[in-house]
Design a protein around this ligand. Structure first.
Ligand code: CAA
Length: 385
């Protein structure tokens, strides 16, 4: 429904669609096999000034807001969920600085991220602190003008591609979530180590690493926002804004799977006619398209709410993440079904969509955690009504 989009939205959509067609689609299957990072896509995005769509103009970005970012992510993920992920995770890593960094930190880091010169990753999760992010164990201790970080992070998405990391550690384990503090750590900092790369089911071009901190010394000027004990709130604020663009990744995967299913069912002949001419198949396509459209509206609404400065977006952000990523899983599974036996073979592109979709229900907060966030918000609203 182009009529509901602004000129600016259409500009970003067309630009991203073009990059996805020319640069993403041709390499998606190969990168799925080789696990190589999509540097050629990063370069294409850099050339079009798309690496900092979400970063404010004052710090070298386009200042184009969350909706435009979601539109770009959707178009890239429509051709490859993995490449879509490499792009969204860079936005995720930079958001703590955008939302809570000091002026000095913003000026130091954001221009290089906006230009695409440097990529940034997000180090929150640990082996035993996934959904329960507040129970993280990485420790940061003040030592003169520095902090010394020790600990191990898990699931650092874009780990080996990034050169800057938003890292969450506790300065006081007894304070629980109120001890969590965020730091900005550069890759060459002594004591920072890249660990094992995970062997993933989908999004196989995305390097997801363990990251280790061994007496990793950073200046107190790298303490995010200059304040101890605010890190958990910074992480939650970040996720509230980030969940819509992971939802947009799910939306793009769902739309891409629907595109392929439509194309295939129109071509595939059985019983002397295209299988798309059967009502049973049309009903499936109709349900898939309706779910995709509903997901799009929820994602765009959440993004518009963030852009409009709505104060509390936790619920709508979690809602769009649940709905769009569950839609990605359902629609890509149905698309595989519509391809029949061919859908299960790697000769055809559709099974990759199903593998790529699965992670979107898990990362950026599992969809069970999203339902918890929604449920808590409903109860709070009810109590204050
Ligand atoms: N904004 C600001 N502050 C918030 C907040 C929000 N959205 N949500 C909670 N807080 C504050 C609370 O107000 C509270 O503050 P006080 O101490 O002042 O009271 C504090 O944070 C603790 O809040 P809770 O008691 O609600 O925290 P909790 O321990 O119950 O956890 C949770 C809540 C929603 C389950 C949270 O832990 C969570 O979101 N878990 C999932 C983690 C997650 O999404 N991980 C994804 C990692 S990134 C990733 O996956 C990306 C990738 O690889 C691509």
């Amino acid at each position: 429904m182009d009529e509901l989009l602004t000129k600016d939205n259409l500009h970003y959509r067309d630009l991203a669609r073009d990059i996805a067609e020319k640069h993403v689609k041709p390499i998606a299957a190969e990168l799925d096999r080789t696990g190589e990072y999509p540097w050629s896509v990063v370069n294409a995005l850099k050339e079009e000034g798309m690496m900092g769509v979400w970063i404010p103009k004052d710090y070298g970005g386009a200042g184009a807001g969350l909706l435009n970012l979601c539109i770009v992510v959707e178009q890239i993920s429509r051709k490859c969920g993995g490449i879509g992920c490499t792009y969204v995770v860079n936005a995720l890593g930079s958001l703590p600085i955008v939302l809570a960094g000091t002026e000095e930190q913003k000026k130091k880091y954001l221009p290089d991220i906006a230009s695409g010169k440097k990529l940034i990753a997000f180090c929150l999760s640990e082996k035993n602190a996934g959904s329960d992010a507040g129970s993280l164990k990485a420790r940061a201790e003040r030592d003169g003008d520095d902090y010394v970080i020790n600990g191990d992070k898990k699931w650092t998405t874009n780990g080996e591609a990034a050169s800057i990391y938003s890292v969450f550690a506790t300065v006081n384990p007894e304070r629980g979530t109120r001890g969590v503090t965020a730091f900005i750590v550069e890759r060459e900092t002594p004591g920072f180590e890249l660990g094992k790369r995970e062997d993933l089911m989908g999004i196989r071009c995305v390097p997801v690493n363990e990251t280790h901190f061994r007496n990793c010394r950073v200046s107190a000027s790298e303490l995010l926002g200059g304040a101890e004990g605010r890190g958990f709130k910074h992480a939650m604020m970040t996720l509230d804004v980030a969940r819509p663009f992971v939802a947009a990744q799910g939306l793009g995967i769902a739309q891409g799977a629907l595109d392929l299913a439509l194309e295939y069912t129109k071509e595939r002949q059985q019983f002397g006619q295209s299988i798309a001419s059967f009502q049973g198949i049309q009903f499936m396509l109709a349900d898939m398209a309706t779910q995709v459209e509903a997901a799009r509206h929820l994602v765009y609404t959440a993004a518009r709410a963030v852009d409009a400065g709505v104060k509390d977006v936790s619920k709508i952000s979690a809602m769009c993440k649940v709905f769009a990523t569950d839609t990605a899983m359902k629609v890509s599974t149905d698309a595989v079904q519509l391809f029949g036996g061919y859908g299960y073979c790697r000769d055809y592109p559709i099974e990759k969509y199903m593998r790529d979709a699965k992670i979107t229900q898990i990362y950026e907060g599992t969809n069970q955690i999203q339902r918890m966030v929604i449920g808590r918000a409903l109860i709070k609203e009810g109590a204050s009504a």
